[in-house]
Design a protein around this ligand. Structure first.
Ligand SMILES: *Cc1c(COP(=O)(O)O)cnc(C)c1O
Length: 462
């Protein structure tokens, strides 16, 4: 399996090379040169398998020669053994034809553990084999950082630096990043918003001297291996509901477009997905783009679903690449316009292609709170604010096709928003209570590339 850049001007790579590289050298994102299709009988055969075995069968063709079958099976087994539910991604019914896919049973209580735990084990195996050491730098709006730290803490051959927007993550998210005591973990609180964190990270990747000097590797949601890990639960959920004989739609709380893009890969692999609903909060650039064709940045408005407070949605570039039929020049031009003018217009043909797979909806702050409150009143269960955005959008589209809303985090990660909406303060699971009193370790950093690079040079182990 070969991987190519969405901007058409970077070297082709293998799976493990693309995983280590993160961002392509032409500024693009790696995608598989072609997407393998699963026959309906192979999809049907996933029914009743363990999550791990389903994961092996869905992901295997994408991995190529980078890992043997035995290695890959063992890696998957280690990745998910720390999850606190035997089904890993259980499906629960919310109402008539509406289901919730619970993706918060991993070690940091958010869906990002699915990808991050796998990528931690994949890195460990690949680096040990090559005798190499890398510096992982990640930007986070909250959940990616804690998931990355949890996946890489204490691993040999890796230093992990996480940039998060100072004062803009929840207390639990911050503590998950600042309390691990392993010396290879470095939490950096950047004076700026999430888009600043993401922009500085991109700058580091585009500064080749620094990139090569520290062996920079990325684990942000642009990393192909993360997208791939997320494809699996679309299959397990849809098969539980009758795929391949029955179609299924998904409502996906969306920020950086990684999770929902994985759903589009599942569809291209042959899973009968009717519609993927992009559910956004008040930071609704994707909803506006799918509605009007114009992608236009207009500043982040902090919300009660902070992991979706994003304007520049990195993985959308992959969907554009698909919608433009793999035309890397066209994508490079759109991205140049975005950088120069803060926006671009999607061509009519590409917009139609996007709408063949994606639809969208938006929840305001009031609507999100109302969704948490109503759901609690109706069922006694509490939703995290991100999941509530997905539920609200899903409820506008319920019909004959089963709808699965992705439940992206445990409500206890966002206790203030949940308590404000319901009057109930969700408690942390017992195994996590220690972080509330553990000592925090964090360095505040300016929104400045040279200062960040100097700090990373100084802190990393050699
Ligand atoms: C990251 C995150 C999202 C958004 O996922 P993307 O892949 O960035 O679209 C939604 N909900 C939660 C809880 C998250 O952590």
């Amino acid at each position: 399996m070969r991987y190519i850049s969405t901007r058409g001007a970077a070297p082709e790579l293998t799976f493990s090379e693309a995983m280590m590289t993160g961002l392509a050298r032409d500024g693009g994102l790696y995608v598989p040169a072609e997407v393998p299709v699963m026959a309906p009988e192979d999809i049907a055969a996933l029914a009743g398998l363990s999550y791990e075995e389903a994961a092996f069968r869905v992901m295997r063709p994408f991995v190529g020669d980078s890992f043997s079958d035995e290695e890959f099976r063992a890696i998957i087994g280690r990745a998910y053994e720390g999850f606190r539910h035997d089904a890993r991604a259980p499906l629960v019914q919310l109402g008539p034809n509406h289901f919730l896919l619970e993706l918060f049973h991993g070690p940091t209580l958010a869906f990002k553990d699915f990808a991050m735990q796998l990528i931690g084990q994949l890195f460990q195996a690949a680096l040990a084999r090559e005798g190499r050491r890398v510096t992982i730098v990640g930007a986070t709006s909250g959940d990616t950082g804690s998931a990355a730290i949890e996946a890489f803490r204490g691993l040999d051959n890796v230093d992990v630096f996480i940039l998060y927007p100072h004062g803009r993550v929840s207390e639990i998210q911050r503590r998950q990043m600042t309390t691990p005591s392993e010396s290879n973990v470095h939490a950096l609180a950047l004076h700026g918003d999430f888009d600043d964190c993401q922009a500085r990270l991109k700058d580091m990747f585009n500064h080749f001297e620094f990139r090569d000097g520290v062996g920079l590797a990325g684990v942000n949601s642009i990393n192909w291996a993360r997208v791939l890990a997320q494809v699996v639960y679309y299959f397990t959920a849809a098969v539980s509901l009758g795929a391949p004989h029955r179609k299924v739609s998904f409502s996906v709380p969306t920020g950086n477009f990684g999770d929902i893009y994985a759903g589009s890969i599942a569809k291209r692999m042959g899973l009968p997905v009717e519609t993927l609903f992009v559910a956004t909060n008040q930071n609704d650039i994707l909803h506006r783009c799918l509605t009007t064709g114009r992608y236009e940045v207009d500043g982040v408005k902090p919300s009660i679903s902070p992991s979706m407070d994003i304007q520049v949605s990195s993985n959308f570039e992959r969907a554009l690449f698909d919608a433009y039929d793999g035309d890397g020049n066209a994508v490079a031009q759109l991205m140049a316009e975005l950088k120069a003018d803060g926006g671009f217009t999607v061509s009519q043909g590409a917009l139609e292609a996007l709408r063949a797979t994606f639809s969208s909806g938006r929840a305001s702050e009031e609507e999100t709170k109302a969704a948490i409150r109503d759901f609690h009143a109706r069922t006694g269960e509490v939703l995290c604010p991100h999941t509530a955005v997905g539920v609200k959008v899903a409820e506008e589209h319920l019909g004959a096709v089963p709808m699965v809303t992705l439940s992206t985090a445990h409500p206890a990660k966002f206790p203030d928003a949940v308590e404000a909406a319901t009057g109930v303060r969700p408690g942390l699971p017992a195994h996590m209570q220690g972080i509330m009193t553990a000592k925090e370790r964090v360095t505040e950093v300016p929104n400045d590339l040279a200062a960040l690079e100097a700090l990373i040079h100084e802190r990393r182990a050699r």
